[in-house]
Design a protein around this ligand. Sequence first.
Ligand SMILES: *Cc1c(COP(=O)(O)O)cnc(C)c1O
Length: 496
Amino acid sequence: MKHMTRKATRHVNQNEGLIFEKSSPGKAAWKLAPLDVPEVDTKELLGSAERKDLGNMPEVSEIEIIRHFTRLSTWNYAIDLGMYPLGSCTMKYNPRVNEAVSRLDGIANAHPYQPEKTSQGALRIIKTLSDCLLEITGMDAITLQPAAGAHGELTGLLLVRAYHDAQGSSRKKVLIPDSAHGTNPATAAMVGYAVENLKSSAQGMVDIGALEAQMNEDVAALMLTNPNTLGVFEQDIHKIAELLHAKGGLLYMDGANMNALVGKVRPGDFGVDVMHLNLHKTFSTPHGGGGPGSGPVAIKKQLEPFLPKPVLISKPDGTLGFDYERPQSIGRVRSFYGNFGMFVRALAYILANGPDGLRQTTEDAVLNANYIRKGLEGTYDLPYSIPSMHEVVFSDKIQARKGARTMDLAKRVIDYGFHPYTTAFPLIVPGAMMIEPTESESKEELDLFLEAMRSIAQEVEEDAELVKTAPHSTRVSRLDETAAARKPVLRWKPTP
Ligand SMILES: *Cc1c(COP(=O)(O)O)cnc(C)c1O
């Protein structure tokens, strides 16, 4: 494997083998002291729960079991191992101070059923985070209940529907640009709206002419990602908000890309009525593996009566508490108050950076994406040339001539020791390669990545087959991704 930028040996461990295959009778990873209390009849103690047949549990020594789990942990890729340039996902580093704070006794062991008077510290954390997020977004009120970005979208659109219902208006449509994240149309459909596609202009932004033609009094909202999924700021955002508001519609902003805006501009100042944030992207709480996440929804005043309940309020005696008397509320969207541990991490991150630090973060994220863009321009096709913000979208057009597509290139990236970029999204770019380095990466790491990407482009010219059959350094080679998702094999079974 030539042009090897960084040895990928961390994925490979020759001395592997499955723990079941190592089993031999009588071996044990534990030794108990002799019994010095009366023996208990397990049948009596456990009743029908007693399990007699342990079903071929492996019998192994302590070192074997330790090596087994340690080895498994090295087969995964993680942000703690290297760059994770998965566009649209903002895979930034999760600072350890966040973890340390979230594990403090009083925080980790707080119980949601504790009375309000013994929960003032926890409530203060929720209040302080809410205030910080309102300052950052320029919005009027917020709920921290939603447990993910898509869940935030659902909550936001339920608020939109409740708002229009309260006005006696039964609008049926939601406009969504063709560059949108797949969750947007799915959410609108779940809330019962008809989704109407809004096409992008040649520059990759909302086509104002198309919006003017499609906007009418049947449109409840426009769901807009800004910067959009091409990593491009919607330059006509004021005009877009104006066109919507003139016909009584609301502007929903998918704020998953706030990493490009924090400390620079505020959605509340450019006409957004309702938006969600992804704490597990922009605000450095861990993500991946299905959770836990956090997708707070921030709104303008007119939507406040409909917020999920309970709503955190300051009481006349100066303490914090929850208000359950919210007759127009859409109800609860999550048990208790949301993923509290994530609030703690996000607040730790915000306070540790401070306003200037957060602004610097945004600038570094944009700088890093543009460094990648400059470094790969010419090597890979750049379908939209207007300025990039925190991520950059190339296409596989040049490499496709040799038969290497975005997925092949991404698989080869693994052999160079990096997590792949995002493939085939946004859909408006055929063969998309979406790269988001985030602010976490140093120039040295970015240079390694650029070198890897250039080297892969060269490999495509010289030996496209090498790229089309990648990865070569991983424990399992190319998988049938559909089958892996639809029919996952999660249990080891002996081969007969
Ligand atoms: C990540 C993302 C979402 C969905 O967030 P989840 O927490 O994964 O549900 C929605 N929109 C955009 C633009 C995103 O990048």
